[in-house]
Design a protein around this ligand. Structure first.
Ligand SMILES: Nc1ncnc2c1ncn2[C@@H]1O[C@H](COP(=O)(O)OP(=O)(O)OP(=O)(O)O)[C@@H](O)[C@H]1O
Length: 334
């Protein structure tokens, strides 16, 4: 299901928490939503499944404006939208099996269907052996697996994840992220993932949006935004450590799978005779595909030759540090 948010405004009393937010999450895609604490991320999620009413604009789920839904239609909408949280929200007095079966019981499915569905989901999320355990006997990762299974019981078309991996150690968080990726790929579920962890964005999300004080300031492909590093992203991830040189121009070069074997620096220096100084570097694991970024400093007179060389070799580049006369932040392909 596609989610389209147009000019969404949400107020709590005098406070405008979401201010004319517009965003689209394409069917079957994963959108990562980031921003400082209090930016309005969780509120936005709660507007998508109509847990709270909105004050302006519209939220369309599968091209239907959810503000105009009747009570039974809202119930149906929520059936199509699963949700998981940082705190897992499991019922401690119930077993794993009973927690997963609960939504199916509420919807009055047959005992046979409930047994079949719960067991299929426990198998899918890897907790089959824990059917009779209670939440307090599980690790954080296992609890989140139960919560994911419970969120999938009604075969939702959308999954909203609010800080789902924040309470987990990095290794467990990775295993949950890879489970979410599998679910997205195998079931085609559209996902919105709210997170403070930048590695969640690069590991699983194709698209991202940055919320600042209730406004979307940056939105687009994760890969492009992480390469471009606009101010809104820098304010979340901080500036990278680079060697600051007084002279020359910094050019960031990106090497992707297709260009890994291309000896960029040696070609620039040996074949074109350009002095390249390396001032920084980074490696981003973008959805399991590494991208190497290399920050080089070259004499100002050679900038055009370097960029022409990159263009010819299909290597992405961005001018990072320029004199005022060269302003404009030229780049190719981004
Ligand atoms: N039910 C509510 N009543 C009044 N104010 C609320 C309510 N829910 C959220 N807010 C306020 O709305 C603002 C945004 O909160 P929200 O939880 O959406 O932010 P967030 O970006 O998810 O933050 P965090 O990353 O810390 O979870 C905050 O100032 C919060 O106090």
């Amino acid at each position: 299901m596609v989610i389209e948010i147009r000019g969404l405004t949400k107020r709590f009393g005098e406070d405008t928490v979401l201010d004319s937010v517009s965003l689209t999450v394409e069917e079957g895609k994963i959108l990562g939503l980031v921003g400082r604490s209090g930016a309005g991320k969780s509120t936005l999620l709660r507007c998508i499944n109509r847990l709270i009413p909105i004050d302006g604009g519209e939220v369309l789920v599968d091209r239907v404006n959810i503000a105009s839904l009747s009570k039974p239609a809202i119930k149906e909408l929520r059936r199509n939208i699963g949700m998981i949280f940082q705190s897992f929200s499991l019922l401690n007095r119930l077993t794993v099996y009973e927690n997963i079966a609960l939504p199916l019981k509420c919807w009055k499915y047959s005992k046979k269907h409930i047994r079949h569905k719960a067991s299929e989901l426990m198998e899918m999320v890897g907790i089959k052996g824990k059917a009779n355990a209670r939440p307090m006997e599980l690790s954080g990762g296992q609890k989140q697996r139960v919560a994911i299974a419970r969120a999938l019981t009604m075969n939702p078309k959308i999954l909203l994840c609010d800080e789902a991996t924040s309470a987990l150690d990095p290794q467990t968080a990775n295993s949950i992220l890879s489970l979410l990726c599998d679910i997205n790929e195998n079931l085609g579920i559209t996902m919105v993932i709210v997170t403070h962890q930048m590695e969640v964005l690069t590991a699983v999300c194709g698209d991202m949006a940055i919320l600042e004080k209730g406004k979307v300031t940056t939105a687009g492909k994760v890969k492009d935004i992480f390469m471009e590093k606009p101010p809104a992203l820098r304010s979340l991830i901080g500036n990278r450590d680079i060697v600051e040189l007084e002279d020359g121009v910094n050019i960031e070069i990106f090497l992707e799978q297709e260009t890994f074997s291309y000896p960029v620096v040696s070609r620039l220096t040996r074949d074109l005779g350009i002095d390249c100084r390396i001032v920084g570097g980074d490696l981003i694991n973008y959805r399991k595909t590494p991208i190497i970024s290399l920050l080089i400093n070259v004499p100002e007179k050679d900038v055009n030759r370097v960029t022409a060389f990159c263009r010819a070799g299909d290597v992405r580049w961005i001018l990072r540090k320029m004199k005022a006369s060269q302003s404009g932040g030229a780049c190719n392909g981004i």
